[in-house]
Design a protein around this ligand. Structure first.
Ligand code: NAD
Length: 423
């Protein structure tokens, strides 16, 4: 067994990791020092501190961020995360990853991300609404349908997007549906958006299985995280014939080598509020789930789950990154040495932003498409991007992550070079 290497300094700082990943691509692309300097930094970072009235009548201050990494190829695009441990460095990394993701799937957006340091579970619905609206108002200097379009991320969903859309619209004096994506259908949301990220995970998992000679009907899967991305990935992979054997969320996981019936698990969770004690499964911790003897591992929770400390014990042959940044660069090297294929986040979870792009286009045109059309377009885009990534990785004998970065960073670098530096 491989001995875990000591983590290097800053090994779990997502921003330093994002810059390391960029540097690896910039070296191979031989970017000029000027282009490298431009692309390695974020363009704008806004930190806001704002009061929210609690139900008790007390006032509490919250801190939030909106970061735009790059807007060369179009308006900035990226989700909003509500989490007690979010930070400016995390949001900067997520914004940079959005730039590469949009470029890789070749949609005309730059990269952004936002977050509020809070524990939404400790807030009432009315407090959460006031927080969402006040945060939206604080960041209106940056966001808007032509400049920067937020979407859901961890602990945010369609309802929060509706409050944000309403706040922006009230301040403008007219409805601005294209200001956010991931909205409810009633106010200009798109068919297929809630399931888009998990659908994308499934599409690229099938592509990767095809390349690696893994038969989905024979393959076992573990999914970490059972929120928007994890639950839809598990459900659609189950439908595609994979045997999903393990699932976890913040409270821990469940495991059955014979496979878990995902629709029944979803019904169990909606009755009991938890995935725990699902018939025929045994409990596993989140750490144990990552190291189970399965063919495919889908981390779909948070960053830094596969690190130098556990990469030597991962048994899956294929890792499909539903989450952003679940694998540290140190862990990447270990997995690569061990012959484990990683489909990187910037492709694996790009289904969400791709259908967000469709939603934005539909809102701007006030003309809405059917779900079948959306899913077909999504599949075409992800399959094409998978092929481009695969070919770059083969051409340079590098990992799929680096292959994906070579495609994406080159697109942004070319766009930057042709636009030139203002003034
Ligand atoms: P979510 O809030 O819907 O769900 C998060 C899930 O992770 C929950 O099941 C939660 O219990 C679980 N979780 C949280 N902390 C955990 C931990 N320490 N260990 C195990 N499980 C834990 O969020 P989401 O939208 O599904 O996002 C998950 C990941 O996917 C994030 O990295 C996010 O940036 C990324 N992502 C989301 C989208 C999207 O469209 N929502 C798109 C692209 C990427």
């Amino acid at each position: 067994m491989t001995t875990a290497a000591a983590p290097s300094l800053g090994a779990e700082n997502p921003w330093l990791n994002a810059q390391r990943q960029f540097d690896n691509a910039a070296d191979i692309l031989e970017l000029t020092p000027g282009l490298r300097a431009v692309l390695r930094e974020v363009r704008r970072e806004l930190v806001v501190r704002f009061p929210v009235k609690l139900d008790t009548g007390d006032v509490r201050m919250f801190e939030g961020y909106r970061v735009q990494h790059n807007t060369t190829r179009g308006p900035a695009k990226g989700g909003l995360r509500f989490h007690p441990e979010t930070s400016l460095d995390e949001v900067k990394a997520l914004a940079m990853w959005m730039t590469w993701k949009c470029a890789l799937v070749n949609i005309p957006f730059g990269g952004a991300k936002g977050g509020v340091v809070c524990d939404p579970r400790a807030l009432s619905r009315r407090e959460l609404e006031r927080l969402s609206r006040r945060f939206a108002s604080e960041i209106t200097v940056l966001i808007g349908p032509e400049s920067d379009i937020p979407a859901p991320d961890v602990n945010t969903g369609a309802q929060i997007m509706a409050w944000i859309m309403d706040t922006i619209s009230m301040e403008a004096g007219y409805s601005v549906p294209a200001a956010v994506t991931g909205k409810p259908l009633d106010i200009g949301g798109s068919e297929g958006r809630p399931s888009a990220t998990g659908r994308g995970v499934t599409i690229v998992a099938l592509e990767a299985c095809g390349k690696l000679g893994i038969d989905p009907g024979e393959a076992t899967v573990a999914v970490q995280g059972f929120g928007n991305v994890g639950s839809v990935s598990a459900e659609l992979m189950h439908e595609a014939g994979f045997r999903v054997c393990a699932i976890s969320d913040l409270g821990g996981g469940i495991y059955s080598p014979d496979g878990i019936h995902i629709p029944a698990l979803l019904a169990h969770r909606s009755h009991t509020g938890t995935i725990e004690r699902f018939a025929g499964t045994t409990p596993v911790t989140n750490r144990e789930l990552l190291e189970l003897p399965v063919d495919v591992l889908v981390p779909a929770a948070l960053e830094n789950q596969i690190t130098a400390a556990n990469a030597g014990r991962i048994q899956a042959r294929l890792v499909v990154e539903g989450a952003n940044g679940p694998t540290t660069p140190d862990a990447d090297s270990i997995l690569e040495r061990r012959g484990i294929t990683v489909v990187p986040d910037i492709l694996a979870n790009a289904g969400g932003v791709t259908v967000s792009y469709f939603e934005w286009v539909q809102d701007l045109q006030s003309l809405f498409w059917e779900e079948g059309e959306i899913n077909r377009r999504l599949e075409r885009i992800l399959q094409r991007s998978f092929g481009q990534m695969w070919r770059q990785a083969q051409a340079h004998t590098v990992s799929l992550r680096l292959g994906a970065y070579l495609v994406a960073v080159k697109r942004v670098a070319d766009a930057t070079a042709v636009r030139g530096i203002y003034p």
